[in-house]
Design a protein. Structure first.
Length: 285
């Protein structure tokens, strides 16, 4: 019998409580399961800090943002399970985790874990990606209530709005004594982005490196071309206007106040420093 803590974000996605109830009923037949609900931003981190030592497995029932909070509180040697209830569920897609009761319960029961690599942004851990500029503006303008109701359609609408009023930022990226300037920056620890869409073949959460893409001289036509590359090739490397950087230490700054998103959630504004120390979390997958 395992002791399982489930940290549930009731604001993530829609219809999550019904799925969670069925999973808890199945797991509770052979395990001791306890539910912890978040009420505000940061709660998942505090719950993970407080409860990690008392349970064999910490399970996150929520989206990528909730998982991000948990990894910033969990004991990194503790096994982490996920019930993907978010809008994009990039981590679940990256790890091949299916969103159904039987598959999720079987994974948690077997508790076979793989090491996934965790970078940091200004000393805060993140799982998947950090964006500065275009996509961060979309995230910062997203209404959580509308996101819960309309899901991905919210991002499509806001993405179109930001495309029409595209801001050509000046962002400076420093890595390994090289300096590159661009208008939009993506740092990715995963090959997927915004759901099931691949953006790179150069890394995954199971590989020991991160990739930074600097978008140069960004235009509306360029964004449409990058969407084409993602949808049909799954690899931004095919564009000659994108500078690709692989480094364990990346500093990003600007003279302007530019939005930053991390794992699909608001982070703040520049400057930021990305560090890669090969830290890992044990993900059940």
């Amino acid at each position: 019998m395992k002791k399982i803590a489930i940290i549930f974000n009731p604001k993530a996605g829609s219809g999550g409580r019904t799925l969670l109830k069925r999973i808890m009923q199945k797991l509770s037949s052979t395990n001791k399961v306890e539910l912890f609900e978040t009420k505000a931003k940061g709660d998942a981190t505090e719950i993970a800090k407080r409860e990690s030592e008392y349970f064999d497995i910490i399970v996150v029932a929520g989206g990528d943002g909730t998982i991000n909070e948990v990894i910033n509180g969990i004991d990194l040697n503790k096994k982490l399970g996920i019930i993907p209830l978010g809008t994009a569920n990039v981590l679940a897609i990256e790890a091949g985790i299916k969103n159904d009761v039987q598959s999720i319960c079987a994974l948690i029961e077997q508790a076979t874990a793989q090491r996934i690599y965790i970078p940091t942004i200004n000393n805060k851990k993140f799982l998947l990606m950090t964006g500065i500029g275009y996509d961060a503006d979309i995230i910062h303008h997203t209404n959580p209530y509308l996101k819960k109701i309309f899901g991905k359609a919210t991002f499509i609408f806001l993405g179109l709005m930001e495309w029409f009023k595209l801001k050509k930022y000046t962002i400076t990226v420093e890595a390994d004594q090289h300096v590159v300037t661009g208008n939009w920056v993506l740092i990715t620890n995963a090959k997927h982005y915004a759901g099931p869409y691949k953006i790179t073949n150069s890394t995954t959460i199971f590989q020991d490196n991160i990739v930074c893409y600097v978008f140069n001289n960004l235009s509306r036509i360029d964004i449409l071309y990058y969407i084409f590359l993602i949808l049909f090739y799954g690899d931004l490397n095919k564009s000659k206007k994108i500078t690709k950087i692989i480094s364990k230490n990346i500093k990003i700054s600007s003279l302007d106040k530019i939005n930053v998103q991390c794992d699909g959630e608001k982070y703040g504004t520049l400057p930021v420093e990305i560090n890669y120390k090969s830290e890992t979390v044990r993900l059940i997958s």
